[in-house]
Design a protein around this ligand. Structure first.
Ligand code: RTP
Ligand code: MG
Length: 137
């Protein structure tokens, strides 16, 4: 089984609602290992690079405004198939459709404030980890 690393963000809504421990705890209890973790407020340019694949979408401006609106927790988690494992814990993009038991399914209602980000592929994980924690991918 190949060991992977993935980038997870507890978005500003998760930090302001006091859900950092819940997110980190679920990752840890699943068996993923924390490799890096930091509270930081993103520069707009970093947010635009991170979400660059969505630059042409109508919600891009709101997405960037939201992700820079306050401190977030960025972390790198490691484990077998870590990318897929973290996405499973996080749940579907639309929190109303996310399975109860997932983080978004349990704690969010709005697609624009869906609590957590997780890399969507090993290639995205490498790009995102290089952006947030150079040298750790
Ligand atoms: P994320 O990148 O934040 O982990 O979310 P995701 O993979 O589940 O979803 P993605 O397609 O990458 O979309 C990134 C974020 O953009 C917002 N979004 N809004 N209004 C809309 O239709 C819409 N679609 C996506 C969400 O906040 C989503 O997390
Ligand atoms: Mg995504």
């Amino acid at each position: 089984m190949s060991v992977e690393r993935t980038l997870v963000l507890v978005k500003p809504d998760g930090v302001s609602r006091g859900l950092v421990g819940e997110v980190v705890g679920r990752l840890e209890r699943k068996g993923l290992t924390l490799v890096a973790l930091e509270l930081r407020t993103l520069q707009r340019s970093v947010a635009e690079t991170h979400y660059g694949e969505h630059a042409a979408k109508p919600f891009f401006g709101e997405l960037v405004d939201f992700i820079v609106s306050g401190p977030l927790v960025a972390l790198v988690a490691e484990g077998p198939r870590a990318v897929e494992a973290a996405r499973g814990l996080i749940g579907a993009t639309d929190p109303v459709k996310a399975t109860p038991g997932s983080l978004r399914g349990d704690y969010a209602l709005e697609i624009g404030q869906n609590l957590v980000h997780g890399s969507d592929s090993p290639e995205s994980a490498k790009r995102e980890i290089d952006l947030f924690f150079p040298g750790l991918s």
